[in-house]
Design a binder for this molecule. Structure first.
Ligand code: S3P
Length: 430
């Protein structure tokens, strides 16, 4: 797909539902008694993989454009799937469902696409094994395919080595079934959507600082869930709004949960003009509309506790940094190497191709930015490596680049934002 520079970015956009929250709504709906209705569900390939897995586990799920209806059967309502479960490209599906499967009275084989089969699973195999499940990496490389043999579980207090909401959530979901309470203590708080949604469905879950404790065998009841817009998807429009001269855009209905909103803090500290309007609650989740206008940006340091609150936004942040005045240093983000692609290497490779002075480090990136008036990015051939967040980041970079940008595997945006290019074009015409 070919992209060109734009001199115009105006209008309104409503981003699709949050990916993390959409996954969790399906999972908890399946484990609850009665009907769960989900509106503004993200119809991206990853969340559809979660629906497919739960259908195979015997849960009836109706998928109509306006509403997903799940006919939940309670904690003990899943049945052995007739076939292998396929999580596609979705790390969230793979890791969270493993926590549930660890407690089932049957064996499951769980796999995914080529990218999933390279992503580390030891991080969930360890705690779930400590709880009593048997989880084997079939190829012996600590990656999927996994053979999960469920068992009666015991509660544990787990302190993960990596800060990961997927690990925390897998352990807490397994904790629903354990004989005694299960706690997870993180070194910094990762996104807390599981904790918030477990409470909504009726679980007894208590949080204190970075520790979450779940008490076993609650009676979960079906709910009506309205999913807020995904701040990780909004981030591409935030960046475009800040970077394109004269831009003035409104992004409606964006989730601004404090464990996710690091991009707002960092963009503002870079000089970004972002105003939060109409702040409100959607269930347990805070939501706002974001007004973004063109702003000359300056470099910054991004490190420490804020990293988990913007981990998926680091690729687009690197694009912003490339056109900011001065140097941006991203540290403490080694997790980027084990996402859908190695995002440290892939960002360095592609931003270099566009003429940016960028160095990959062990745990981040050093970006020597130049204001576009001084040295604009140059159009280039971009290899997204099948990674939706890379493709979207470079579609935004192309809007301020001189010449043509060609993103080779641009269709991978279906993972989290099927209508992304259309929405971006509308703003360029707006
Ligand atoms: C997610 C957690 C994060 C994030 C991913 C979604 C979730 O991964 O990168 O896109 O829904 O829990 P980690 O938990 O591995 O950091």
């Amino acid at each position: 797909m070919i992209f060109h520079r734009t001199s115009h970015l105006k209008g309104e956009v409503t981003v699709p539902g949050d990916k993390s929250i959409s996954h969790r709504a399906v999972m908890l709906g399946a484990l609850s008694k009665g009907r769960t209705e989900i509106t503004n569900f993200l119809q991206g390939a990853d969340c559809l993989s979660t629906i497919d897995c739960f259908r195979r586990l015997g849960i009836e799920i109706e998928n109509r454009p306006a509403c997903i209806t799940i006919h939940g059967k309670g904690l003990d309502g899943l049945k052995a799937p007739g076939d292998i479960l396929d999580a596609g490209n979705s790390g969230t599906t793979t890791r969270l469902i493993s926590g549930i499967l660890a407690a089932q009275p049957f064996e499951t084989i769980l796999t995914g696409d080529a990218s999933i089969q390279k992503r580390p699973m030891l991080r969930i195999m360890e705690p779930l094994s400590m709880m009593g499940a048997r989880i084997e990496s079939i190829k012996g490389n600590n990656c999927a395919p996994l053979k999960i043999t469920g068992a009666p579980l015991k509660g544990i207090h787990y302190c993960p080595k990596v800060i990961s909401a997927q690990v925390k959530s897998a352990v807490l979901l397994a904790g629903l079934y354990a004989e005694s309470p299960t706690s997870v203590t993180e070194s910094a708080l990762s996104r807390n959507h599981s904790e918030l949604m477990l409470r909504t469905f009726g679980a007894d879950i208590r949080t204190e600082g970075t520790t979450a404790t779940i008490f076993p065998r609650p009676l979960l009841e079906g709910q009506k869930i309205s999913v807020p817009g995904d701040i990780s998807s909004a981030a591409y429009f935030i960046a475009a709004g800040l970077l394109v001269p004269g831009a003035d855009i409104l992004i409606r209905n964006v989730g601004i949960n404090p464990t996710r909103n690091g991009i707002l803090k960092v963009a503002k500290s870079m000089g970004g003009n972002i105003t939060l309007l109409n702040e409100r609650q959607e269930g347990e989740e805070p939501v706002a509309d974001l007004h973004v206008t063109y702003s000359p940006l300056r470099g910054t340091a991004v490190e420490g506790e804020i990293i988990p609150a913007l981990i998926d936004e680091l690729p687009i942040l690197a694009v912003m940094a490339a056109s900011a005045e001065g140097t941006t240093v991203i540290r403490d983000a080694a997790e980027l190497k084990v996402k859908e692609s190695n995002r440290i290497d892939v960002m360095a490779e592609n931003l270099s191709a566009m003429g940016c002075d960028i160095t990959a480090t062990e745990d981040g990136l050093i970006i020597h930015g130049k204001r576009p008036e001084e040295k604009p990015l140059q159009g280039a051939v971009i290899h997204a490596h099948g990674d939706h967040r890379i493709a979207m980041s470079f579609a935004v970079a192309s809007l301020i680049a001189e010449g043509e940008t060609n993103i080779t595997d641009s269709e991978c945006v279906v993972i989290s934002y099927p209508g992304f290019y259309e929405d971006l074009r509308k703003l360029c015409r707006g």
